[in-house]
Design a binder for this molecule. Structure first.
Ligand SMILES: Cc1cc2nc3c(=O)[nH]c(=O)nc-3n(C[C@H](O)[C@H](O)[C@H](O)COP(=O)(O)OP(=O)(O)OC[C@H]3O[C@@H](n4cnc5c(N)ncnc54)[C@H](O)[C@@H]3O)c2cc1C
Length: 412
């Protein structure tokens, strides 16, 4: 006999927990199931742009997160081969005045920890780990979910926040497997006392080169330094793990400048992350089932927006639930209508920006010359991405006051 619950969220990652918090703020209960034994995040560093820190503020998490996060002074793009500076983006006061919320970087585990605490403190949220969904059935006026442990739930509505290889997505969309970009990432942290002497500790640095890039930034003040190396493997073979090896990593980065090589020498090689995305789709809802985060719109990580978009999704879903109390099919339809144009654009921008980072030949001096012309406080290109509030009137309104900005960020 299936147990009956109102709203089931499949997947307790950043997206699933944010959805639970947003829905509970709107006055609803949420039951989150997670297949792993403990709610935890793989990988280390996470960049959160103002479109995400705005949502974290609405969810009541920003104050706690500020204590764990690092606020880089600037984003620096450098040429990975020559070591030359290409461009910088000021992330200090001018940026805060412009967007109203900060750009921060932090340990993924610290974000998930803050989300978990908030969920555990909410009487409207139930968390259940070690529970893997293996079958989802659309019943029209409800949803049935079956689990690996033999149990099942019937629910009024279900949100699939189950990531890149989403099971829930298969009940809605018939678009096969995620698309492999033939790029692979290696990532990990370095204790502060082992960080190469020539690393820039105040900035978020992105080194770009033909078919590769390398990202470096501090994620816990005075404690941990995060590094991510990404490259295209010419040994890619579908359905195999034999490509993108640590030996290839060393071969690709052997030609880079000393500062990059010093960082690569400290990089962990224990696990590789092949890069995947999907093409945008025009529907991710079926009756009382919808998708959120990577399950809905997986994207390449080249503009660091996957988790940011999952947070935006959760915020939108919470707002729609508050607007249309009771009618869940209408809520889910309204939610996807609001979100699909936005997330499709971000998915496409991630691919485009990857091409810009990884460009070859004559494209390299052209890119570098064009980017060198922009001023560090010229945020024109970022407005559509970081200035997003989900509410066009708000986006056009005047920049927030200095006092409001200082209150939200703790930075004056
Ligand atoms: C190298 C790299 C760097 C990145 N850097 C950034 C960045 O700086 N900023 C940013 O915004 N984004 C970044 N991203 C993207 C970001 O990590 C993802 O977009 C984000 O984690 C997606 O969150 P999610 O909750 O949708 O999915 P996930 O984090 O994948 O969570 C899904 C959860 O569902 C669970 N689950 C799956 N299937 C089931 C099932 N059948 N039953 C129960 N539970 C299930 C999983 O165990 C998991 O906990 C990066 C990605 C990579 C690969």
């Amino acid at each position: 006999m299936a147990h009956r619950i109102p709203l089931l969220i499949v997947g307790g990652g950043i997206g699933g927990l944010a959805a639970a918090l947003a829905v509970s703020r709107a006055g609803y209960t949420a039951h989150v199931i997670e297949r792993t034994e403990a709610f935890a995040e793989l990988g280390a560093g996470l960049q959160l742009a103002p479109n995400a820190t705005r949502v974290l503020d609405r969810l009541g998490l920003l104050d706690e997160i500020k204590h764990h996060a690092v606020f880089p002074k600037r984003l620096v793009m450098g040429d990975a081969l020559s070591g030359a500076l290409i461009t910088t983006v000021d992330l200090g006061q001018t940026f805060l005045d412009h967007f109203g919320y900060p750009y921060l970087v932090m340990h993924r585990g610290d974000l998930l920890g803050a989300q978990l605490n908030a969920c555990r403190n909410s009487p409207r949220i139930v968390l259940e780990s070690n529970k893997e969904a293996i079958r989802i059935e659309d019943l029209g006026d409800g949803v049935r979910a079956e689990f690996l442990d033999g149990s099942s739930y019937e629910c009024d509505a279900l949100i699939g926040a189950d990531g890149l290889h989403s099971l829930v997505r298969r009940t809605i969309a018939d678009d096969g497997d995620p698309i492999c970009a033939q790029f692979v990432a290696y990532r990990g942290t370095v204790p502060m006392d082992e960080v190469p002497k020539d690393a820039d500790l105040d900035s978020m640095t992105i080194w770009v080169g033909p078919d590769l890039h390398f990202v470096q930034y501090c994620i816990r003040p005075g404690e941990l330094f995060n590094q991510v190396a990404v490259f295209r493997s010419d040994k890619y073979t579908p359905n195999s793990d034999d490509w993108g090896t640590p030996e290839e990593l060393d071969e690709h980065f052997a030609k880079t400048c000393p500062r990059v090589r010093h960082g690569i020498a400290k990089l962990r090689r224990g696990r590789r992350w092949p890069m995947y995305d999907r093409l945008p789709i025009s529907n991710w809802t079926r009756n009382r089932i919808t998708l959120l985060g990577d399950a809905a719109h997986p994207m390449l990580q080249y503009i660091a927006q996957g988790a940011c978009q999952a947070l935006e999704d959760a915020n939108c879903l919470g707002d729609k639930m508050a607007e249309h109390a009771g009618d869940v099919t209408e809520v889910f339809r309204g939610y996807q209508e609001a979100r699909i144009p936005r997330t499709s654009r971000v998915q496409e921008a991630a691919r485009f920006f990857g091409d810009v980072k990884h460009i070859h030949g004559v494209g390299v001096p052209l890119r570098n010359a064009l980017l060198a012309r922009r001023a560090s406080d010229d945020f024109d290109y970022f407005d559509w991405l970081y200035g997003y509030t989900g509410c066009p009137d708000e986006e056009e309104s005047a920049a927030p006051s200095e006092e409001a900005t200082a209150r939200r960020t703790g930075i004056r």
